[in-house]
Structure formats: structure tokens, C-alpha cells
Design a protein around this ligand. Structure first.
Ligand code: SF4
Ligand code: SF4
Length: 161
């Protein structure tokens, strides 16, 4: 983490990013959870057991990129809003899809234009909302998918509506 900011550094990010050959296969999760906190709902949320904790609840989640299907079931279950789904196999050239939890109001609508922000809250670009999933089972944590420039997929991590 950058000192006193809680913001993940590029060095810390490397091990949690899926390898290129996995990205090319389609949607996959990125888990940016780097603190040893007593938390594990992501583990039980995954229907294919792609998330493991080696030595108990305070361990950091380890994601098996090959087992992960990118289904997104873990995203709204993470209280730290630390799980993202990236889809580099989007059918628009130069664009990719990024899904994230969103707990503020108003929840954006499909096709709405929002500001895409980096981890520090800095504006990166405008982005179109491609999908919003917000069923009662998600308990007011919507999962918002935005279309972003493919080369900024690892920079953008939140939105401003
Ligand atoms: S995206 Fe789906 S398959 Fe991948 S870790 Fe999350 S719940 Fe499991
Ligand atoms: S649910 Fe989220 S915050 Fe909790 S261990 Fe899993 S990734 Fe980390």
C-alpha cells in the first residue's frame, strides 16, 4: 500500500492480475484484497471454489484464475468492494468491460455516461454503463459494468455518477 493511503501500488497489483493468456479467454476476477483481515465471504460466494484461503479467515484470498469463470457472484458479497471482473473479450474494438460493486445513490442506468475514476478518485475518462445488476439478494450493493478503454482496465476502479 502507498504509505498511509491504503491505495494499492503497481508492485502489489502484479500478483493479483490475471496473466495475458487467461485474459484472452474472457471474463475473470481480480481480487485487490491485500490486508490480513478476518473476512471471507468471497470464499463461500464462489460456486466453483476458485477462491481459497490457505490458513484461515485472516489469510488473503488466493484466486485460481483458470478455475474462475468470471461469473461475478463474489463481487457484491465483498464488504471491502475489492473484487472486480474484467472482460477483455468485449465485442467493441479497443474497449473492455469492467464490473464493480456500487453502493451509492443514485445507481446509474444502462447506457448512462459516468465518470471513470482511478484508485485515488482521479478522473480517467468518460465511460458508458453496459449493465447494472441490483437484485434484492445483493442487499443494495449493485454490480455495475462499464465499457472502458482496454488499455486503462487496470487503472479504473470506481465511477462517479
Ligand atoms: S467471478 Fe465467479 S468464478 Fe470467479 S472467483 Fe468470483 S464467484 Fe468465483
Ligand atoms: S470478501 Fe472481500 S474483503 Fe473479505 S477477504 Fe474476500 S476479497 Fe477480501
Amino acid at each position: 500500500m502507498l504509505k498511509n493511503t491504503g491505495i494499492i501500488t503497481s508492485e502489489e497489483l502484479k500478483p493479483v492480475l490475471p496473466p495475458q493468456n487467461r485474459l484472452e479467454k474472457g471474463p475473470v476476477a481480480i481480487i485487490e484484497c491485500l490486508q490480513d483481515i478476518p473476512c471471507d465471504p468471497c470464499v463461500s460466494a464462489c460456486p466453483v471454489k476458485a477462491i481459497q484461503m490457505q490458513s484461515g479467515i485472516t489469510d488473503r484470498p488466493q484466486l485460481d484464475f483458470e478455475t474462475c469463470t468470471g461469473c461475478g457472484a463474489c463481487v457484491p458479497k465483498c464488504p471491502g468492494l475489492a473484487i472486480f471482473i474484467v472482460n477483455m473479450k468485449h465485442n467493441v474494438p479497443g474497449k473492455a468491460l469492467l464490473s464493480m460493486s456500487y453502493e451509492l445513490l443514485p445507481v446509474p442506468a444502462k447506457d448512462q455516461e459516468v465518470d471513470a475514476l482511478d484508485r485515488t478518485g482521479k478522473f480517467v475518462c468518460k465511460a458508458k454503463v453496459a449493465r447494472v445488476i441490483n437484485p434484492p439478494a445483493y442487499d443494495r450493493t449493485a454490480v455495475v459494468t462499464i465499457e472502458v478503454p482496454a488499455d486503462r482496465i487496470n487503472d479504473i476502479r470506481s465511477i462517479k455518477v
